[in-house]
Design a protein around this ligand. Structure first.
Ligand code: PGA
Length: 256
């Protein structure tokens, strides 16, 4: 029996206009109003955050953003600050997603600044880490993840990290339909917990939630959740349809 409350987070990526996002959020509110024992978060694009926040009002679904910039304000054309996210109703923020690292030049250094800025604003950061297919095939998975954790969390101390959530997302499993097997996910999650124990101590390593992400669907979530170190999921494609996403939420709730 795990003592960590599972979290299922929907990353909508660059999908849905404002009206589409609001409509999806409304449908989701209806479909999962009865879900218990599981926390749910959705991360729409920036433009839809405020209207979706209104649609989620009083529901059991929280709002998250997909990214932030680390400065509080200033001449940074096109960027969004942590306090702006809070004012739009966000409680969570996804940081260091592999698509940000791959297409927008993010690295462990920028991720580290973003994690600090999120924590400073009392946003819950979901730090995404994961190895590429090449790295896995050349047996570098553990060393890559160690580096991402060490550098991504550089200079942070235990008391800063209380809110933090980790998401293991093998890059080869994102949007590809290739999910890690539950054994592969468990092996890595256990390794990550042991790393966090080494860097931040036993209590923290037992409390932190580690989500799995990469082609999560209604038909593979129960098997993943049965693993002792998997505490929920970061869901991309399957979070776009309220019906499919609510099935994942209900499977998690019923697997407790
Ligand atoms: P996917 O995306 O579920 O579409 O594989 C997961 C993610 O990118 O967070």
């Amino acid at each position: 029996m795990k003592n960590r409350v599972p979290l299922v987070a929907g990353n909508w990526k660059m999908f849905k206009t404002c009206p589409e996002a609001v409509e999806s959020a409304r449908q989701l509110v209806q479909r999962i109003s009865d879900a218990t024992g599981v926390e749910v978060m959705i991360a729409p694009p920036f433009t839809a955050l405020a209207p979706v926040s209104d649609a989620l009002n009083e529901s059991n679904i929280s709002l998250g953003a997909q990214n932030l910039f680390w400065e509080k304000e200033g001449a940074y054309t096109g960027e969004i600050s942590p306090v702006m996210l809070v004012s739009a109703g966000c409680r969570y923020v996804i940081i260091g997603h592999s698509e940000r690292r791959q297409y927008f030049g993010e690295n462990d250094g920028t991720v580290n600044k973003k994690i600090k800025a999120a924590l400073d604003a009392s946003l819950t950061p979901i730090l995404c880490i994961g190895e590429s297919e090449n790295e896995r095939e050349s047996d570098k998975t553990f060393s890559v993840l160690d580096k991402q954790i060490k550098n991504g969390l550089k200079d942070l101390v235990l008391k800063d990290l209380e809110l933090m959530i980790l998401a293991y997302e093998p890059v080869w499993a994102i949007g590809t339909g290739k999910t890690a097997t539950s054994d592969q996910a468990q092996e890595v999650h256990q390794f990550l917990r042991s790393l966090l124990k080494k860097y931040f101590g036993t209590t923290f390593s037992q409390l932190i939630r580690i989500l799995y992400g990469g082609s999560v669907k209604p038909d593979n979530i129960s098997e993943l959740m049965a693993m002792p170190d998997v505490d929920g999921a970061l869901v991309g494609g399957a979070s776009l349809d309220p019906d499919t996403f609510s099935k994942i939420v209900h499977h998690i709730g019923s697997s407790l």
